[in-house]
Design a binder for this molecule. Structure first.
Ligand SMILES: [Ca+2]
Length: 510
């Protein structure tokens, strides 16, 4: 055999396509020989990564790492420090079921057709592969712990399914309300029908172990043990989705978490409650922009003291969920899984805590559609992406990080490149939708401007009405002054309306 003239091929068998590796061996007589090794891609990639996907119900960008002055979120802040925090992430619909239907399918609401809390996206998308389903199909162990889908998807079958034992919290909330009643506060009787979310806050003397979110984290911890030790599961990677309930109302949490938040009288206040602050009359914004406050303070308007107490209670409830994320993270570290596990954390909608005199989630104000998004992936960098991204991007991002191919029906873009270089240019426009008492609204946010159009036609985009809002974030980041009908901005308004119309038509197409 003439070594100098021969290339030798060695194949490592595998079911996947083979990748060629060339290398050279030099023999003593200085004759070089190329050897070619062909190996499956999975061998080159190493073990497939695990995924833990945290969804924190109703958590908006009230985190320390997002700059909130009163928040206590050390665990999520630490996670942001180890990964990439996406500073401007927009939800596609600021309400549980429409939002989750969108980011679990990677498709806009115009495609899922979900605008409420009860409909199932399978009606419009019978063949969609949800994110957990994608990983299940790829051979992952999957688990759904706590609140994940708002309406369960019959096609997404997980190995482990543990719902949220809500009855735990309902008992504790009743106790808090009863204490208010006994203290002489008759504004919201404990058992009044239809008003259970008014004044839904307060410190509870019960220990964390008595709360739903503690139980959800405990179930996640047990599931991690099962997936890593049980013979049925331990040889496969896992996709774990953990959905915590707080800071969704009711904002009741153990007393120790209220102690972490600054005192009631020092809490930061929304501009609406600052003397001489925002005018939210319908002269300034169209009526659909300010629907009823059904989620909190829907029974009576809060006093200034109640505004402070409510904001503090929301932050305490968020701090409690933060601690439960910490329990799951500690278990991942104890099992030495952190080096091969992708961690993603987000909320499902924005939330107005008195901003624009709103005490609820659904809106198209900027503060109502901003959500946290943190991605920490082994082998990638850390930092802050200040460019705009959307929650519809979560699906293709997690899939790309795990190397899983996705359907061309997925409409988001992978954020994988930003984990290496967060400074890359991001999206130039983000889009959201909201159905306000039968009036469909759409918004487009660009780097500088926000434009909202409320409908008077079937798709909510008919031109020729004044049901719209326009804000210049460079001069008005809190969106206090609606400039949509100011002649000086008419060209910009028309341009954004066209951009919004094009998106709605395109996103809703097949
Ligand atoms: Ca929610």
């Amino acid at each position: 055999m003439n070594l100098a003239d021969t290339n030798y091929w060695f194949d490592i068998p595998g079911s996947e396509s083979l990748t060629n590796l060339n290398f050279t061996i030099t023999d003593p007589a200085t004759k070089s020989v190329f050897y070619r090794l062909r190996v499956p891609a999975s061998v080159l990639a190493g073990p497939r990564p695990n995924v833990v996907f945290f969804i924190i119900d109703d958590l908006t960008t009230t985190l320390g790492c997002y700059g909130h002055p009163d928040a206590y979120t050390p665990v999520m802040d630490s996670l942001a420090g180890s990964g990439v925090r996406f500073a401007r992430t927009y939800t596609q619909y600021s309400l549980c079921n429409p939002s989750r239907s969108s980011f679990f399918t990677g498709q806009y609401p115009e495609r899922t057709k979900i605008y409420n809390l009860v409909d199932l996206f399978r009606e419009a998308l019978p063949e969609a592969v949800t994110l957990p389903q994608l990983f299940k199909n790829a051979g992952y162990n999957t688990a759904r712990l706590g609140k994940v889908f708002h309406v369960q998807d019959p096609n997404t079958v997980s190995d482990v399914v543990i719902g949220a034992p809500l009855s735990l919290d309902e008992n504790l909330v009743d106790e808090v309300k009863l204490a208010e009643w006994n203290a002489g506060d008759l504004s919201d009787p404990p058992h009044a029908t239809g008003n259970k979310y008014n004044r839904p806050y307060g410190a509870s003397p019960h220990p964390p172990e008595d709360f739903t979110d503690y139980a959800i984290a405990s179930n996640a911890i047990v599931t991690l043990d099962t997936f890593t030790t049980n013979a049925t599961y331990k040889d496969k990677p896992f996709f774990l989705t953990v959905g915590f309930i707080r800071p969704h109302t009711s904002w009741v949490a153990p007393t120790e978490f209220f102690d972490h938040i600054t005192g009631t009288n020092a809490i930061s206040m929304p501009y609406y409650f600052v003397p001489g602050g925002e005018d939210i009359s319908t002269n300034n914004v169209p009526a659909p922009a300010i629907p009823g406050n059904g989620n909190a303070f829907g029974y009576t308007d809060p006093t200034l003291g109640q505004v402070r107490e409510g904001r503090r209670a929301y932050l305490a409830a968020a701090a409690f969920s933060d601690s439960q994320v910490g329990r799951v993270m500690a278990k991942l570290n104890a099992l030495n899984l952190a080096t091969n596990t992708i961690i993603v954390l987000t909320g499902d909608n924005g939330y107005c805590l008195g901003e624009h005199n709103r005490w609820s989630k659904p809106s198209l104000f900027d503060i109502g559609i901003r959500v946290p998004l943190i991605v920490s992936a082994p082998g990638y960098g850390s930092g802050v992406c200040t460019g705009m991204v959307e929650q519809v991007d979560i699906y293709p991002t997690i899939a790309a990080l795990a190397g899983l191919p996705i359907s061309t029906n997925v409409q988001g873009m992978s954020l994988q490149p930003y984990l290496t270089n967060p400074a890359l240019p991001a999206k130039t426009a983000c889009f959201s939708t909201f159905l306000s008492s039968g009036v469909l609204g759409h918004s487009v946010t660009t780097d500088r401007y926000s434009y909202v159009k409320w409908g008077d036609g079937t798709n909510g985009l008919t031109w020729g009405t004044t049901l719209h809002q326009f804000y210049d974030h460079a001069t008005d980041p809190l969106e206090l002054t609606n400039l949509a009908n100011v002649p000086a901005y008419s060209n910009l308004v028309v341009q954004l309306h066209t951009q919004l119309t094009n998106h709605v038509v395109t996103a809703g197409g097949d």
